[in-house]
Ligand binder design. Structure first.
Ligand SMILES: CC(C)(COP(=O)(O)OP(=O)(O)OC[C@H]1O[C@@H](n2cnc3c(N)ncnc32)[C@H](O)[C@@H]1OP(=O)(O)O)[C@@H](O)C(=O)NCCC(=O)NCCS
Length: 215
C-alpha cells in the first residue's frame, strides 16, 4: 500500500483491516476467498456498498460500462442481488480487496451465457486509484482459474467498447483473443458504441499456464 501513488480519490475511502478468510469449494453456497500476490478476492458484503459507490461511480470508471447504482443504497441492493444470483448458480461476483485490507476497491463478475456455464461472460471494474498497479492482472488470474477450474467454463467471453483503451488493453495483455466487432451493440449516454468481442477458451488457459510453468 505504501508503494501506491497517492491520489486524492483515496481520501474518500477509509481502508478497513482484513478479517479471517472463508474458504469453501461449493461456490453456489458461498464464494471461496482467493488469494493473489497483491489482492484477495472474496464474497461481496452489504458493508462494501460505500467504498464501491465512492470508487466505481466516477466518470472515468463508469463511462464505458453499464451504469452503476447511483446511491450507496443502490449498491446495497446490487450486492443483495449478486448473492441471490450466486445461490441460483448462474452468476458470481467477487469483491477485490488489497492484501491486509478489507475494503472493496472493485469487482469481478462472471455470468452464465449457456445453461451449465459452458459459455460465460466476465466483466470487471476497479477504482481508478488502483489502475496500472497490477491489481487487475493479479485479480484476473485468480478469476480465470476460478472460472475454468472451479466452475468448469469452456469459453469465457468479454466485451469492451472500442473507445475503452484500458479495457481493451487489459484484456489483450492477459491473453484474451479478439474475435470480432459487435457493431453499435452497447448504448451509453445516448450513444451506440461498437464493442470488441474477446474470448478465452479453457484450452487457451491450459496452454498459457503450462507455458508459465516451463519458464
Ligand atoms: C479495465 C480495468 C479493470 C483494467 O485495470 P487497469 O489497472 O487499468 O489495467 P492495466 O493497467 O493492468 O492494463 C491496461 C493496459 O491497457 C493499456 N492502455 C491504457 N490506455 C490504453 C489505450 N488508450 N489504448 C490501448 N491500451 C491502453 C495500458 O498501458 C495497460 O497495458 P500495460 O500494462 O501493458 O501498459 C480498469 O481500467 C477499469 O476498471 N476500468 C473501468 C471499468 C471498465 O472499463 N471495465 C472493463 C470493461 S471491458
Amino acid at each position: 500500500m505504501e508503494k501506491m501513488p497517492y491520489r486524492i480519490e483515496l481520501d474518500t475511502v477509509t481502508m478497513q483491516p482484513a478479517a479471517a478468510p472463508v474458504v469453501t469449494s461449493n461456490w453456489q453456497q458461498g464464494l471461496p476467498t482467493l488469494a493473489g500476490e497483491q489482492v484477495i478476492l472474496r464474497e461481496l458484503r452489504a458493508s462494501d456498498a460505500a467504498s464501491l459507490f465512492a470508487l466505481l461511480t466516477t466518470e472515468e470508471v463508469s463511462r464505458f460500462i453499464s451504469p452503476p447504482p447511483t446511491t450507496v443504497e443502490g449498491f446495497e441492493r446490487f450486492i443483495a442481488w449478486t448473492l441471490r444470483q450466486r445461490l441460483v448458480g448462474t452468476y458470481a461476483c467477487f469483491a477485490v480487496t488489497l492484501r491486509g485490507y478489507d475494503t472493496a476497491i472493485g469487482i469481478f463478475q462472471i455470468r452464465e451465457l449457456q445453461p451449465g456455464f459452458g459459455t460465460a461472460e466476465w466483466g470487471f471494474a476497479i477504482g481508478s486509484p488502483f489502475w496500472g498497479t497490477g491489481v487487475f492482472e493479479d485479480g484476473a488470474d485468480l478469476v480465470l482459474d476460478f472460472a475454468f477450474d472451479t466452475i468448469g467454463v469452456h469459453r469465457l467471453e468479454a466485451r469492451a467498447a472500442v473507445p475503452n483503451g484500458r479495457g481493451n488493453g487489459a484484456l489483450q495483455k492477459i491473453g484474451a483473443v479478439q474475435e470480432c466487432v459487435l457493431r453499435k451493440s452497447f448504448q451509453r449516454n445516448g450513444q451506440y458504441l461498437d464493442q470488441v468481442l474477446y474470448a478465452i477458451l479453457d484450452s487457451d488457459r491450459r496452454e498459457a499456464t503450462a507455458a508459465v510453468r516451463v519458464h
